[in-house]
Design a protein around this ligand. Structure first.
Ligand code: ASP
Length: 470
């Protein structure tokens, strides 16, 4: 089954005629416009409460945070059933296991190349701007002291990280249910693919029954995602207003050049690398593509989690870009776990920044080590908030900055949340770009589809693919 065909998705349209106040009137706007509005309003409200120092308003916005947490938990709740069902249907209906190997090879090669490009952009821009050379010693010491305790926590977490060999061994789950329960996506993907491959070779009558079962689960997941996404604009408002209310604006000032360097690198990577890949390899224009997929990077920006955004990413790929299930169900969950261009680029800038602050020159050889280790560290980072700053410690140690790890991390921790939002949006855009590139390379006809129009159950039931606003 492809592109959510057969999914029945419903929304209540104005049938009663009684006007009522609604900040985001149903159907008057696309969902991404509503989410963007939530984001902008949240940022403005939080900003005013913060810079004007209106404590009660700051506290009010911070008290709204549980609304955002509920949204993130709800969307994360659907990750495991969706990944399993979608990968099961995608793989079992392929009918050609060699094709799966081919898709896998292309995907991993593409992911590694774009991540290495991202790190290179990060290094080039930080050599050019030299953000670390613009911080005086007093600011450096004050910042390091302020976040010292949290940085020590990050260092401890990094020390506990598994080695490369352990990571490879851990790909094979002893117990797939435990992997699912711990939201450990790589072993879960591994198990599901093996299981689906087995299903594809059993007797057709039984195979079809299992595939139909998982198709049903997949369709139900899509419906739940649509329901949850209706609350996204409000949740995004709550998350952003709370984050901005709490944000240390003075920190942003002293780390402005560093923050702007990361942001500029991410923009360059987003527009040029993805723009080129889409145009040359997927034969799609970047801006219309971005407009069509914007729900996913907006949710990624707000949640700072590729894994939590995964259901939105998968639905967007299938329904808004027309990517087939065999490709999207494989490329996207893998991408949410191992493809983090934004994280890798950020790590490159952070390492250069810390080295520049402490006056430690990094040779070309050192910077090549950064390309290698930041690529690996971003693969190792989980798709959850702040994962990138923990695996950054691996990169710092690899280039001999071990003595400055804790102080260096403390220095940049204050602005990490905002950078996490930006890099996660890029990570998710990278996953969606990859799925388009791989799908096109498999001869798929991609189509930037307009939003479906959804209808109320009591009015009309239509199969998905014909209506809606997601
Ligand atoms: N939050 C990022 C993600 O989920 C990972 C990171 O860079 O911290 O993609």
């Amino acid at each position: 089954m492809q592109g959510g065909e057969g999914t029945s998705i419903f929304i209540r349209t104005s049938s009663s005629g009684t006007p009522s106040f609604h900040p985001f009137p149903p159907h008057s706007m696309q969902l991404y416009t509503k989410i963007l509005l939530g984001l902008i309003l949240g940022a403005i409200c939080g900003f005013f409460a913060n810079v004007l120092g209106i404590v009660w308003l700051q506290n009010l916005f911070i008290s709204l945070e549980p609304i955002g947490t509920v949204f993130i938990r709800a969307i994360t709740m659907i990750v495991v059933p969706l990944v399993v069902a979608s990968l099961m249907v995608g793989t079992a209906s392929l009918g050609d296991l060699a094709k799966l190997g081919r898709i896998g090879g292309k995907t991993v090669a593409y992911y590694l190349c774009t991540t290495a490009v991202a790190v290179t952009i990060g290094l080039l821009i930080s050599n050019l701007v030299r953000p670390g050379a613009r911080i005086d010693q007093t600011t450096r010491d004050t910042l390091s002291q302020e976040f010292d305790e949290q940085a020590a926590g990050a260092v401890t977490l990094a020390d506990e990280a598994p080695s490369v060999v352990e990571t490879l061994i851990n790909l094979i789950p002893q117990n797939p249910i435990q992997a699912a329960a711990e939201l450990d996506l790589l072993p879960l993907i591994f198990f599901t693919i093996i299981f689906a491959a087995a299903i594809s070779v059993i007797a057709p009558a039984r195979r079809d029954a299992v595939i139909t079962f998982f198709e049903g689960i997949n369709d139900a997941c899509m419906v739940v995602i649509d329901w949850i996404m209706k609350t996204a604009p409000y949740a995004v408002f709550a998350i952003i207003a709370a984050v901005v209310s709490r944000f240390g604006m003075d920190l942003l000032q002293s780390l402005l050049v560093y923050t702007a360097t990361v942001a500029a690198g991410l923009l360059i990577h987003g527009f040029f690398t993805y723009g080129l890949a889409l145009r040359l390899l997927a034969k799609l224009e970047f801006l219309p593509f971005l407009k069509n997929i914007s729900n996913a990077p907006l949710v990624a920006f707000s949640t700072s989690s590729s894994s939590a955004t995964l259901p939105v990413t998968m639905e967007t790929a299938e329904e808004r870009v027309g990517i087939s299930k065999p490709v999207s169900s494989f490329v996207l969950p893998l991408g949410a776990t191992i493809n983090m261009d934004g994280t890798a680029l950020y790590q490159a800038v952070a390492v250069m920044f810390i080295a520049q602050i402490y006056g430690i020159p990094l040779s070309v050889m050192d910077q090549l080590i950064v390309v290698l280790t930041a690529t690996l560290a971003s693969i190792g980072a989980a798709g959850v908030p702040s994962a990138g700053i923990i695996t950054l410690i691996i990169v710092l140690n690899a280039v001999g900055l071990g003595a400055h790890v804790q102080a260096g991390i403390a220095l940049i921790l204050g602005v990490d949340r905002i950078l996490d939002m930006l890099r996660t949006a890029v990570n998710v855009t990278g996953d969606l770009t990859a799925s388009a590139v791989v799908a096109r390379s498999e001869g798929e006809n991609l189509e930037l589809r307009p939003a479906r129009r959804k209808v109320a159950p009591e009015e009309e039931r239509v199969p998905a693919g014909t209506a809606g606003d997601l």
